[in-house]
Design a protein around this ligand. Structure first.
Ligand code: ZN
Length: 319
C-alpha cells in the first residue's frame, strides 16, 4: 500500500489541530506522492459574503419540491467553513454521541455530490427527519445533505461543480495525474460531465469531503447518488450489504479520482454508495424508511469503532 509510505506528521497530533491547508497537503501527499501536484486554484477563495442557513434553505426549498424552506430550517444545519466555488456554504448536521452511550461507530453521510441528482439531497433530509426523532446515540453522525450546492442551485442543475469538475473524480487516488486523465479521455471520450479537474482536490467541495474524513475519522461513509437504482460498496469488510430496500448490491468497481476508490480501496474505509432509481423522483415513503433501516442494521452488524478515537492515528506507520 503505497500511501502508507508517508512523511506525514499527522500521527503526532490530533488532526483537528491542523489547518485546512495542512490537512489537504497531507491527504494529497499520502495518495499521490512523487507526482507534481499543482496548488489548488486560489480563484475558489472568493470574498463573497456567505449565505446563511436560512438563505440556503430558501434556495434549496426553491429547487426541491420535497424540501420546504421552513422544514429545512428545523434541522438547524450549520454552515461549515467550506465554501463552494461560488461561495455557498456546505451545510452540516451533527447528531453527536449521547451522554449515556458510547457510539458504536462514526458515520459520514453525504448527499448531492452530483448537483443534478435531486433525490440524493431530498432523501438525506428525509433520513435526518428520522434521526431528529430517533437518534439514540447508537452512531455518531455527521451529515452533509448537499456537497455540491453550486451544481444543484444554478438555473439548470448540473452534475459538476461551478468549475465544471466532477467532484467524484477529483479525489486524490493513486497515480491520479495519469490515470484520471487517461480514463477521462479514453473511456469517457472527454465527457465534460466527468471532467476530473486540473489536480486532485483542486475543488473546494471535494477538498472539504477529504478534510472531513481526516477530521471526523468516520468508520463508514454513505454517499447517495442517482439514478442507477442499485447499491455499490467498496472497502472492508468482505460482507457488504446484499440489499438496502429494493436496491440490490451491484459491485461496479471504482474510477480514478472517485470517492469509492479514495476512501474504500485506498483508505480501507467502507463506503456504501446508494444509487436511487430516479434523480427527480424520491422512492415512496415506505422504501425511504426501508433503505434507512436496512442501512442502519447493516452498519450495526458490521462496523465498529473498536479503538478510542485518539489512538486511531497511531495506526499510521512511523515515517
Ligand atoms: Zn452521482
Amino acid at each position: 500500500m503505497l500511501w502508507l509510505a508517508t512523511t506525514a506528521p499527522l500521527h503526532a497530533e490530533d488532526p483537528s489541530n491542523l489547518s485546512s491547508q495542512e490537512i489537504m497537503n497531507e491527504i494529497v501527499q499520502d495518495a499521490v506522492q512523487g507526482h507534481h501536484i499543482p496548488e489548488p486554484s486560489k480563484k475558489t477563495e472568493k470574498s463573497i459574503p456567505s449565505a446563511s442557513t436560512s438563505e440556503m434553505c430558501a434556495k434549496i426549498g426553491a429547487k426541491l419540491r420535497s424540501v420546504d424552506p421552513a422544514w429545512c430550517m428545523q434541522f438547524q444545519l450549520q454552515p461549515t467553513d467550506a465554501r463552494s466555488v461560488n461561495g455557498l456554504p456546505i451545510l452540516l448536521k451533527e447528531y453527536p454521541p449521547v451522554p449515556s452511550r458510547t457510539p458504536q461507530a462514526r458515520v459520514l453521510l453525504l448527499g448531492g455530490i452530483h448537483g443534478d441528482e435531486y433525490s440524493s439531497v431530498s432523501i438525506v433530509f428525509k433520513w435526518m427527519e428520522i434521526l431528529n426523532t430517533h437518534h439514540s446515540g447508537l452512531f455518531h453522525w455527521r451529515i452533509a445533505p448537499l456537497v455540491n450546492p453550486d451544481g444543484l442551485l444554478r438555473d439548470n442543475a448540473q452534475r459538476t461543480n461551478a468549475h465544471g469538475v466532477d467532484l467524484n473524480r477529483n479525489f486524490p487516488t493513486m497515480d491520479w495525474q495519469r490515470e484520471s486523465r487517461d480514463y477521462w479521455v479514453n473511456k469517457t471520450n472527454s465527457d465534460p460531465r466527468r471532467f476530473p479537474g486540473p489536480a486532485p482536490l483542486s475543488e473546494p467541495e471535494s477538498r472539504w469531503v477529504a478534510e472531513e474524513i481526516e477530521r471526523f475519522r468516520p468508520n463508514v461513509i454513505v454517499s447517495v447518488h442517482a439514478p442507477f437504482g442499485l447499491l455499490d460498496f467498496d472497502g472492508p469488510p468482505t460482507t457488504p450489504p446484499e440489499r438496502l430496500g429494493a436496491l440490490y448490491l451491484t459491485l461496479l468497481g471504482t474510477y480514478p479520482g472517485s470517492l469509492g476508490r479514495f476512501a474504500g480501496i485506498q483508505k480501507k474505509l467502507p463506503i456504501i454508495t446508494i444509487e436511487l432509481p430516479f434523480s427527480g423522483v424520491l422512492p415512496n415513503p415506505t422504501e425511504i424508511n426501508t433503505i434507512w433501516s436496512d442501512m442502519v442494521n447493516w452498519i450495526r452488524g458490521h462496523v465498529f469503532d473498536r479503538k478510542p478515537r485518539k489512538t486511531l492515528t497511531l495506526e499510521r506507520p512511523k515515517p
